[in-house]
Design a protein around this ligand. Structure first.
Ligand code: PAF
Length: 281
């Protein structure tokens, strides 16, 4: 695997590959890589000739300095995982490389970015748009892969590309959530859980699976939300931040009593660790 720390030589290398007719796939990450990321690399390898992965913990998307400080980092372990999964190029820039000066761009994306994560993490999606727009402009991939665990993030990135990157020709590809055998959605933050919190975390996916079953059996939105709130409240380690049933495309509330073309998005604190998950109905 080739490793680049700077934009200029990476661009030069990618331009040479493009001239050879190579199709380029891209996976943006903040490191602390796990099998969820490996599945994105696998999807990219399947559809493209070259897979580029970025590892960069983007400070502008953290609205909580403590969260940024605690975010797990281990570049050597990331390199091992990427080599094992046959990524071709790693881009691991420094903060000054990505932000030589303050990025003051404000992305106005309307309702899709204002609900859920947008409401509870003010500024988060603006930071995501800052870094993703930079990375997409540098790599200019044919396909860029994002995990569905961050369901709203994908909708926001698509909206950002439509509105602010009209020249971008690549495709934003959404990939299914990867889960542990017991159901817990893979996340870099899972590393921060104590063994006891890890047991508690399991209740999140368990609750979502049951909620889907309720929806399949005709329960109303109100019944499903009521069940989820009660279920999460049974574990003393867990504290529900929000749960919403939303339209999959607009992420806005659904008018009908029973959810259709919907997604349940949930965020729960497990001790101090913030975990998100979702399920399609
Ligand atoms: O999903 C993530 O890991 C990050 O939000 C992303 C897309 C790499 C931007 O920093």
């Amino acid at each position: 695997m080739e490793i680049f720390y700077e934009i200029k030589p990476l661009r030069k290398r990618l331009s040479a590959l493009r001239k050879q007719g190579k199709k380029i796939g891209f996976v943006a990450t903040m490191g602390a890589l796990h099998d969820g990321h490996a599945s994105l690399v696998e999807a990219s390898n399947r559809d493209n000739d070259v897979t580029v992965v970025s590892v960069f913990v983007n400070p502008t998307q953290f609205n909580n300095p403590d969260d940024l400080a605690k975010y797990p980092r281990d570049l050597q372990a990331d390199i091992k995982l990427l080599e094992y999964n046959e990524a071709d190029i790693l881009f691991a820039p420094s903060e000054s490389e990505m932000y030589p000066e303050e990025d003051n761009r404000q992305f106005e994306l309307g309702a899709v970015a204002e609900v859920m994560e947008g409401k509870y993490r003010p500024g988060h999606f603006n930071g995501v748009c800052q870094i993703v727009s930079k990375l997409l402009s540098i790599v200019e991939p044919d396909n860029a892969y994002f995990g569905q665990k961050d369901f709203q993030q994908i909708a926001v990135i698509r909206a950002m590309v439509r509105k602010y990157m009209r020249d971008f020709k690549g495709k934003i590809v959404s990939c299914p959530i990867k889960r542990e055998a017991d159901g817990l959605a893979l996340s870099s933050r899972n590393q921060l859980l104590t063994p006891e919190q890890r047991v508690s975390a399991l209740l999140i996916s368990k609750t979502l699976f049951k909620a889907k079953e309720m929806s399949d059996n005709g329960s109303t939105q109100a019944q499903i939300i009521d069940y989820i709130k009660k279920s999460i409240a049974t574990d003393a380690n867990l504290c529900l931040e929000y749960v919403e049933i939303a339209d999959r495309d607009t992420l806005q509330p659904i008018a009908s009593e029973k959810p259709e073309n919907a997604v349940i998005c949930i965020t729960v604190y497990d001790g101090k660790v913030r975990l998100i998950d979702n399920i399609l109905l």
